[in-house]
Design a protein around this ligand. Structure first.
Ligand SMILES: N[C@@H](CCC(=O)N[C@@H](CS)C(=O)NCC(=O)O)C(=O)O
Length: 202
């Protein structure tokens, strides 16, 4: 299998963690998002959304979308984890994505600081909800749900990297910070982080 991603892509980061957790070794290929390589016709043929990642199977089939279903067994736990995971993946990340920031810059003449402030606002709004959902909840453990990583953590940790890039004051979110620290001690998360990818840039 081949995972086409980009070191800083939080969606690709989720998939890298999932593959590491499952011990699945894949070939890695890259599209440089800032250079627009994900809009090249050969990539659009694989993923018409013009977004990374894409996972190309040995059969040639292409899988897109990056929410790995790593879930607890009980139905209520599964629902809670899906609900937590959707805070970053549905309600934060899509509105602070590169293309949204580029649109704000090009169409609405926002400075880089303006687009950063936009992203910070939506990350903070989502993190306030995530923090309230995990802080003091009896299902929260070392991770967002219990003591094993789930899909919620696979979605949260990459979003924290984005938050740091956009200079969100993470001291407002102590439970998220604690869970994030636990995640990053896990080898599957650590190896998947942007700085450790072959295409990483400073
Ligand atoms: N829902 C998609 C989101 C994918 C996505 O937004 N990828 C970002 C990188 S994290 C991207 O390719 N952005 C390019 C752009 O905004 O032009 C998924 O889960 O795979």
């Amino acid at each position: 299998m081949k995972l086409i991603g980009y070191f800083r892509s939080s969606a690709a980061f989720r998939v890298r963690i999932a593959l590491n957790l499952k011990g699945v070794v894949v070939e890695h290929a890259f599209r440089h998002l800032r250079r627009g390589e994900h809009r090249a016709p050969d990539y659009v043929a694989l993923n018409p959304q013009k977004l990374v990642p894409a996972l190309v199977l040995d059969s040639g089939e292409v899988l897109t979308q990056s929410n790995p279903p790593i879930l607890p067994k009980d139905p209520v736990g599964r629902a809670r984890v899906r609900s937590l995971a959707l805070i970053p993946t549905a309600d934060i990340h899509p509105i602070q994505n590169l293309r949204v920031m580029a649109y704000l810059r090009d169409k609405y003449e926002q400075s880089e600081e303006g687009t950063f402030a936009w992203s910070r606002h939506w990350i903070e709004t989502g993190f306030e909800a995530y923090e309230a959902s995990v802080a003091g909840n009896r299902h929260t453990g070392a991770y967002s749900h219990g003591d094993q990583p789930t899909m919620a953590d696979l979605c949260l940790a990459p979003q924290v990297f984005n938050a740091q890039r956009f200079k969100v004051d993470m001291s407002r979110f102590p439970t998220i910070q604690r869970i994030f620290a636990t995640c990053m001690k896990h080898p599957a998360f650590d190896a998947a982080q942007p700085a450790k990818q072959p295409d990483a840039e400073p």
